[in-house]
Write a protein that binds this ligand. Structure first.
Ligand code: NAD
Ligand code: WQD
Length: 346
């Protein structure tokens, strides 16, 4: 059976991807140092699929420890690299932690893939590499120019993409698929896995659900004076399960020898832009929860509007993110209620 190594597989997007990989018949080994997750996520994956993925509590920056993982699993045929630090604000305060973690882990991985002759890589990138696309590049497709990063975190994604292009040139056997995610939200329909933000959430959805469940006093909407229909920022909110499925298709494509370039890039979004206030009002509508929120000033570094043109992924990967927003928001709410139940049981 073909085995996929999933770094960061105990994380938000990684755990949902492990579920889809297992349900597609792959064996999986998760490499995760649990710096932003918990081993109970592996329990959640097992509860969903009935199969516990192999789990190695290893830091991708620990070359020797990471090397041993490849020795232990000689049947690895592809890697999906989720492991990274991803908090934009934290990256501004601690840039060196981000460069060490996000660049170092990828360099180790690429060296070990070459050493162990593992030739297929899927890399987690972000629409953040596009910055604020010009109006003639909205919706944004893969030909849109990458822009100067707005944060050290965004810069690590930019640099990582360049490293992958350079290494694919040097290592003739390497195939890579770069997936640029827009805004992943929601949780598995089982509510057994979902987003586990550490501390105060930076992202919109976990802040909404934590406010709705009473963990936070009030949601702050960062600005309603943008050049958008209701004044709040527009994003492309993609269901994390739809996103996970794209990773399986990307792995299949490479393993079946269908990749037409050594490095292929795909924008993973719905193609639908939604404003912050649209998300807030839809959440209130579908959950019936009175969500206290207040319009405040803009958040530094926010871009005004970005959403994907997912045509390439639709056509080439045969993939579409079409889960209705109502359903996605309900999945996030169900997960938050499950977390509340777990807290109350303690
Ligand atoms: P997450 O923090 O939930 O998952 C990352 C996982 O990697 C965590 O389990 C963490 O413990 C692990 N990890 C971090 N550094 C590690 C290391 N050195 N060695 C081993 N494990 C390590 O984040 P996520 O939201 O699931 O994001 C996954 C990937 O997708 C990241 O690369 C992120 O930059 C990218 N991404 C996320 C978003 C988003 O909005 N969530 C958007 C675009 C791109
Ligand atoms: C979405 C919108 C906020 C919180 C970030 C990273 C990006 C990627 C995804 C890793 C914005 C507004 C938010 C709140 C609010 N992560 N908001 N009140 O900023 O689009 O992208 O996460 O790759 O790299 O930059 O996502 O969820 O933080 O914000 O009004 O309490 O919600 O202003 O308009 P963002 P977000």
């Amino acid at each position: 059976m073909a085995r996929i190594l999933v770094t960061g597989g105990a994380g938000y997007i990684g755990s949902h991807t492990v579920v889809e990989l297992q349900e597609s018949g792959y064996d999986v080994v998760v490499v995760d140092n649990l710096s932003n997750s918990d081993v109970t996520v592996i329990d959640g994956i097992e509860a969903i699929t009935g199969k516990r993925p192999n789990f190695e509590n290893v830091d991708c920056n620990d070359y020797i420890g990471f090397d041993k993982v490849f020795d232990r699993y000689p049947d690895i045929v592809a890697v999906i690299h989720f492991a990274a630090s991803k908090a934009v604000g934290e990256s501004v305060e601690k840039p060196l932690l981000y460069y060490r973690n996000n660049i170092g882990s990828l360099v180790n991985l690429l060296e070990l893939m070459q050493k162990h002759k593992v030739n297929n890589l899927v890399f987690s990138s972000s629409c953040t590499v596009y910055g604020q696309p010009d109006k003639d590049h909205l919706p944004v497709n893969e030909t849109a120019p990458r822009k100067e990063a707005l944060s050290p975190y965004g810069n690590t994604k930019h640099i990582n993409e360049d490293i992958i292009f350079d290494q694919s040139h040097a290592n003739k056997s390497l195939h890579a698929t770069i997936l640029r995610y827009f805004n992943p939200i929601g949780a598995h329909p089982s509510a057994l896995i979902g987003e586990l933000p550490n501390g105060v959430p930076n992202n919109l959805l976990p802040f909404i659900t934590q406010t709705a469940v009473g963990l936070r006093e009030q949601l702050k909407v960062f600005g309603n004076d943008y050049n958008t229909p209701d004044g709040s920022c527009i994003r492309d909110y993609i269901y994390v399960v739809d996103l996970a499925k794209a990773h399986v298709l990307a792995v299949n494509r490479m393993l079946e020898g269908k990749a037409t370039d050594k490095v292929e890039v795909f924008n993973l979004g719905t193609g639908r832009g939604l404003s912050v206030l649209e998300i807030v009002n839809t959440f209130i509508k579908v959950t019936g929860v009175d969500l206290p929120y207040k319009i405040v000033g803009r958040r530094e570094g926010d871009i005004e509007k970005v959403w994907a043109d997912p045509t390439k992924a639709n056509k080439v990967l045969g993939w579409k993110a079409d889960t209705p927003t109502d359903e996605i928001l309900l999945s996030a709410w169900k997960w938050e209620l499950n977390l509340k139940k777990k807290r109350e049981r303690k």
